[in-house]
Design a protein around this ligand. Structure first.
Ligand SMILES: O=C(O)c1ccccc1NCC(=O)[C@H](O)[C@H](O)COP(=O)(O)O
Length: 205
């Protein structure tokens, strides 16, 4: 099970994420309370091991701007959370994770229009285009398996529900931001608990 911890803003937390065994770490460059500047992300990525993939999260930014920031900040992958088209995704130099808002079954149909590395299925969001801490009905993924098999499940996950989410939706990976925070800041003990639950061979549910 691939695990992505998103919305990291400082080096200390990033090193704790790497030590937790997470596979991907996310940095939000879009409008958000978790937004970080490229200079800060560069300092963080320089200090991380190569084994953890560094993901930049963008919303409706131009491919040219994204490619420049990715090269400068040492990003391995790009996550697109806005209204980016399949053509725009193809103009990104790094592998792409395209995010899709899921309300109902037919929302899954758009996934097969995109030739991307991973598809992240998420709650439609609140104030920003992601990271709302709200989940959608995971049973939707059970009703029709999208043609694209590299599905990352996101939205309202936390250490206490991630095993049930995995059992229900059978994703390739899981992603979390709010569910590993306390008082709006990343909480290292919750990060460790989330990764351990998600990667546990013995599901307790
Ligand atoms: O996290 C944000 O603030 C954010 C803002 C704008 C676009 C995307 C954002 N986050 C992307 C993520 O990958 C989140 O981890 C994902 O939406 C799940 O968030 P949560 O429900 O808080 O676990």
């Amino acid at each position: 099970m691939i695990v992505k911890i998103c919305g990291v803003q400082d080096k200390e937390t990033a090193l704790a994420v790497a030590a937790s065994g997470a596979d991907f770490i996310g940095f939000v460059f879009a409008e958000s309370s978790r937004r970080v500047e490229p200079e800060v992300v560069k300092e963080i990525t320089d200090s991380l091991p190569q084994t953890i993939k560094k993901v930049g999260v963008f919303v409706n930014e131009s491919p040219e701007e994204i490619n420049q920031i990715a090269a400068f900040a040492g990003l391995d992958m790009i996550q697109l959370h806005g209204d980016e088209t399949p053509t725009e995704c193809e103009q990104i130099d790094n592998p792409v994770i395209k995010a899709f808002s899921i309300r109902e079954l037919h929302d899954l149909e758009r996934i097969s229009m995109y030739d991307v590395a991973y598809s992240l299925v998420d709650h439609p969001g609140g104030k920003y285009r992601g990271g709302s801490g709200q989940s959608f009905d995971w049973q939707i993924l059970n009703q029709r398996t999208p043609r694209h098999s590299q599905i990352i499940l996101a939205g309202g996950l936390h250490p206490g529900n991630v095993q049930e989410a995995i059992k229900t939706a059978k994703p390739f990976g899981v992603d979390v931001s709010s569910g590993v925070e306390t008082g709006g800041r990343k909480d290292v003990s919750k990060i460790h608990a989330f990764v351990a639950q998600a990667k546990s061979k013995e599901m307790k549910i």
